[in-house]
Design a protein around this ligand. Structure first.
Ligand SMILES: Cc1cc2nc3c(=O)[nH]c(=O)nc-3n(C[C@H](O)[C@H](O)[C@H](O)COP(=O)(O)OP(=O)(O)OC[C@H]3O[C@@H](n4cnc5c(N)ncnc54)[C@H](O)[C@@H]3O)c2cc1C
Length: 342
């Protein structure tokens, strides 16, 4: 740490806090990362993520700024994480839902249309099931918890002091040393300071399906029940779908379970024999426009990084670079940066 660099306390070891810890420690700051839960990731929204880096597909519904900086996020992950799977994303729809595929193609970019043969060449087990598909070649995915463990270890190796079972105060007041800059990455817990933050529930199921082989995430379009399947090692798949405007963090409902499993079975009958490993629901922290922000408060003493919505994995490295930029230069400006007391 240089003489002018102030020590930093990061609150929360979700995907945003992990990237902050890694980037800031590597840049030479003295970094302490406090995580409230005893087990790493146990209480995070991040553990529920599909961890797809899909800036082009997300362009269907996300604002342009997410797509633009999503490409930067993808580049930064590629530099950092050797186990990232760079196999793209496949988007399909049943013959009767062909208009859904055309709509998706119109709203997005970075794809090419595949006919049935092209689709079979890419994912042989889907051959013959769908008449066409969209291939987004420049996208990636990862196994969620493996990637988070990697980042935690990398942050520690870069010198970050990681303390579990430690609650930090959103203003840094409880920080015994005082005088440290607080980077607040508490996710939804930061609603005590961010009153425009809301929860958006997402339900997902993790299964082991020995009869299913997919190399890349597949999104199945459907007018009512769109779904995505993310392949992890050892025939484990994460199946997710729902975006629900709800603060309820209770278990997944029977209705969602039926929908998810029914549509997964329609995608590939091999899911009929799958073992269910985990069923759960996570709450995504989101601002009203669903765009994440770095907010600088109290003349730079407190920096809140939040609102990642569906794009926490995609944008975490970009948000870490924004914080680093703001720490290094008081005049630094970025579209994802707000100075609350400017
Ligand atoms: C079903 C689902 C699928 C998703 N799929 C994707 C995807 O494919 N791609 C993508 O980019 N994003 C995806 N997301 C979104 C992504 O998961 C979120 O944007 C991201 O997890 C938000 O991360 P975070 O670090 O802000 O919050 P969190 O992960 O919730 O982390 C906050 C951490 O702060 C800790 N904490 C709370 N209070 C304190 C305190 N006082 N002191 C210290 N620590 C504290 C918590 O214990 C927690 O570990 C998905 C989300 C869901 C639910």
């Amino acid at each position: 740490m240089s003489e002018t660099q102030q020590p930093i306390t990061i609150l929360g070891a979700g995907i945003l806090g992990l990237w902050q810890a890694l980037r800031l420690a590597r840049a030479g700051f003295e970094v302490r990362l406090l995580e409230a839960s005893k087990e790493p990731f146990a209480a995070s929204a991040s553990r529920y993520a599909g961890a797809m880096l899909a800036p082009d597909c997300e362009g269907e519904a996300a604002p342009e700024i997410v797509r633009r900086y999503g490409h930067e996020g993808l580049r930064l992950w590629r530099q950092e994480y050797p186990s990232l799977v760079n196999a793209g994303t496949l988007v399909v729809a049943a013959a009767r839902d062909r208009s859904e595929l055309s709509r998706f193609a119109r709203l997005t970019s970075g794809h090419r249309m595949l006919d049935a043969d092209g689709l079979a060449a890419l994912e042989s087990e889907l051959g013959g099931r769908f008449p066409s598909g969209l291939f987004f070649e420049n996208e990636a995915h990862m196994e969620t918890l493996a990637a988070m463990r990697f980042l935690l270890d990398a942050a520690r190796a870069a010198g970050a002091d990681i303390q579990l079972a430690r609650f930090g105060d959103g203003d840094g007041a409880a920080d015994e040393d005082g005088g440290r800059i607080v980077v607040d990455c508490r996710g939804l817990a930061a609603r005590d300071r961010l009153d425009d933050l809301r929860a958006v529930r997402g339900e997902r199921i993790v299964v082991r399906a020995r009869d299913v082989d997919l190399a890349r995430p597949v999104r199945l379009l459907h007018p009512r029940h769109p779904l995505y399947v993310v392949p992890w090692p050892d025939h484990v798949f994460m199946i997710g779908a729902t975006v629900i405007e709800s603060e309820d963090d209770g278990p997944a409902t029977v209705r969602s379970a039926l929908e998810l499993m029914g549509v997964a079975y329609a995608l590939h009958p091999g899911f009929g024999e799958a073992e269910i490993l985990e069923f759960g629901a996570g709450l995504r922290p989101a601002y009203p426009d669903n765009v994440p922000r770095v907010r600088i408060e109290r003349g730079g003493r407190v920096i809140r990084v939040n609102g990642a919505y569906r794009h926490g994995f995609l944008l975490a490295p970009v948000l870490a670079d924004v914080v680093l930029g703001a720490m290094s230069n008081v005049a630094y400006a970025h579209p994802l940066l707000e100075r609350a007391d400017a």
